[in-house]
Design a protein around this ligand. Structure first.
Ligand code: ZN
Length: 255
């Protein structure tokens, strides 16, 4: 059976068509298709001298706040340039006629931009700043590299930080609970563009497999859970998800 075999996507469509609620777990792979470099691949040019671990930690922010600000500006610019792709749109299309909950490890905000409505951002959102002292948050839509000085909290004067999860930090409790609750309700789980190695987000995939819910993996490359999923679609998100949505539009929504 070749990777071009149409059967896996059709089997996936049968499982999703029978589901009343669908949980979609996404990772860096779906946004990489927008040309947005993954966390590690973003280390080019000016930033090649730094490891992500030296920029995405609370300690790095204390030591070199301007540098960390600059790196996040750079990453916002890359995201703005990449934009949503057919994979993000395909998930939004699924949600137009069915109950779909998206839990993502991506901080780029592209699921919302594509039109998905129920989303848990497990690693935060790069388009929002947060005060590390008082917790105030404020949108930050600046996507031009090297133009923005660090912002300070309007409440307490502390320098703001990006509202993302850094190395060594906990995931936002509310987002994680929402994802776990969506998993408990879901009748089918789609795992898209994630290597399933980053915990605790990867634990949701493990739990889905253990719970005997149908699990469909969409990933051009095999991952650590490929052997355990019900259907493996060996294709890119930007090809497989629109195809899946089109197959489902031919089938009546359930409930
Ligand atoms: Zn504050």
């Amino acid at each position: 059976m070749s990777d071009d075999d149409p059967q896996p996507i059709r089997r996936a469509a049968v499982l999703v068509a029978a589901a009343r609620e669908i949980l979609v777990l996404t990772g860096a792979g779906i946004s990489a298709e927008s040309g947005i470099p993954t966390f590690r691949e973003a280390q080019t040019g000016l930033w090649a001298a730094y490891a992500p671990e030296d920029l995405a930690t609370p300690e790095a922010f204390v030591r070199h706040p301007e540098r960390v600000w600059g790196w996040y500006q750079w990453r916002r610019a890359l995201i703005a340039r990449g934009g949503v792709n057919a994979g993000h749109r395909g998930i939004a299309q699924l949600g137009a006629s069915r109950r779909v909950f998206v839990a993502t490890q991506n901080v780029d905000g592209l699921h919302a931009a594509a039109g998905s409505r129920a989303i848990a951002e497990l690693h935060g959102n790069i388009w929002r700043d947060r005060c590390g002292s008082c917790g105030a948050t404020v949108d930050n839509k600046v996507a031009e590299p090297d133009t923005q000085d660090p912002a300070y909290c309007h409440r307490c004067g502390t320098m703001m930080r990006p509202d993302v999860v850094w190395f060594g930090e906990m995931l936002p409790t509310e987002a994680l609970r929402a994802a776990e609750s969506a998993l408990a309700r879901a009748d089918a789980v789609l795992v898209v563009g994630t290597s399933n190695r980053v915990y605790p987000a990867a634990a949701l995939v493990d739990a889905a497999i253990e719970s005997a819910r149908p699990v469909i993996e969409i990933n051009p490359r095999p991952t650590g859970v490929s052997h355990a999923v019900d259907v493996r679609v060996a294709d890119s998100a930007s090809r497989a998800l629109p195809a899946l949505a089109a197959l489902l539009d031919e089938a009546p929504a359930n409930g």
